[in-house]
Design a protein around this ligand. Structure first.
Ligand code: SAH
Length: 235
C-alpha cells in the first residue's frame, strides 16, 4: 500500500522522519514549496509531504494543505493519504495534552454561508474518512473524534457555535482541506491528530501550543509509526 502523509509543520514531521530514516527528494514539487521525504517500509512505499515554507516559516492552514494534497495525489498517486499533525481539543470531552486521535469525521467550522441548506451544507464539508479508520483505531487502542478545521489558531464565539452544533472534538487548520481534495479524487484519507492544547482551558492557545509542540510531535510520530506498521501487516 502506498501511503502518503501530509504534514503542515517540519517540527510535527521531524521525529517521524528521523525514525524512518526518510530522505528528502530535492525539488520534487518545484516550483511549489512542498517537500517530499520518501522511504520504503517492508513492501510499502512511504511518502511524507510537508506543506513547505513561505516568508521564513512553515505554511500552516487550508490553502497550503490543499496545494500539498493536490500535488501529492497528482504526482504520487497514493492508495491512502494520512493527514498527520497537532490539534486543539476540549477538556470538557476528557481530552488531554498529548492524546492521539483518529478522525471519525471531518468538516470546516469557520465557513458561514447564508442561503439555502445546500450552500451551508456544502461549505461545512463533512467529507468521508477512510473506511478502515475505526478498525485501525480499535486495533491500536486510539481514541476517535470529529475533526473541525478553520483558518485560525484562536477560536471565535461563532466558531465555537458551529463546533458545538456539529459535535466537533478536535480543532485544527488543515484536516478538512486535505479531506476535501481527497474527496475530489476518491482517494481514501485518514486523519491522525495529537493534542497540543485545550481550547476550553482558558489559557492562551499559542503559548500552550508552543509549550506542548515537541511532546505532541513525539506522540504523533509514535502513532504514525504504529499505523504504518499495522497497515503494512494487515493490508
Ligand atoms: N506557526 C506557528 C503556529 C502554528 S499554527 C508556530 O509554531 O509558531 C498551529 C498548527 O497546529 C496548525 O497546523 C494546526 O493544524 C495545529 N493546531 C494545534 N492546535 C490548534 C488549535 N487549537 N486550533 C487550530 N489549529 C491547531
Amino acid at each position: 500500500m502506498k501511503i502518503c502523509f501530509i504534514v503542515a509543520m517540519q517540527a510535527e514531521a521531524q521525529p517521524f522522519i528521523d525514525r524512518f530514516g526518510v530522505s528528502e527528494v530535492q525539488s520534487f514539487f518545484a516550483p511549489l514549496p512542498c517537500k517530499l521525504y520518501r522511504a520504503r517500509v517492508g513492501e510499502s512505499e512511504l511518502d511524507v509531504v510537508l506543506n513547505g515554507q513561505q516568508q521564513g516559516s512553515d505554511l500552516v492552514g487550508c490553502e497550503p494543505a490543499t496545494v500539498a494534497t493536490l500535488a501529492a495525489i497528482q504526482k504520487l498517486s497514493p492508495d491512502l493519504v494520512i493527514n498527520s499533525g497537532t490539534c486543539g481539543a476540549f477538556r470538557k470531552n476528557g481530552a488531554r495534552i498529548g492524546d492521539v486521535f483518529v478522525a471519525n469525521a471531518v468538516m470546516f467550522h469557520d465557513r458561514r454561508v447564508p442561503g439555502d441548506d445546500a450552500w451551508g451544507t456544502q461549505s461545512l464539508g463533512n467529507y468521508p474518512v477512510y473506511e478502515r479508520s475505526a478498525e485501525v483505531a480499535g486495533a491500536l487502542a486510539m481514541k476517535m473524534g470529529k475533526v473541525t478545521t478553520g483558518s485560525s489558531l484562536d477560536m471565535q464565539p461563532c466558531d465555537l457555535k458551529i463546533i458545538e452544533e456539529n459535535h466537533g472534538e478536535l480543532k485544527d487548520m488543515e484536516g478538512a482541506a486535505v479531506a476535501f481534495v481527497c474527496s475530489l479524487f476518491g482517494t481514501p484519507v485518514m486523519l491522525l491528530k495529537s493534542v497540543t492544547d485545550l481550547c476550553d482551558s482558558g489559557a492562551e492557545t499559542y503559548e500552550i501550543f508552543r509549550q506542548n509542540l515537541a511532546l505532541a510531535s513525539q506522540a504523533i510520530a509514535d502513532a504514525n509509526e504504529r499505523v504504518v506498521r499495522y497497515l503494512a501487516k494487515n493490508a
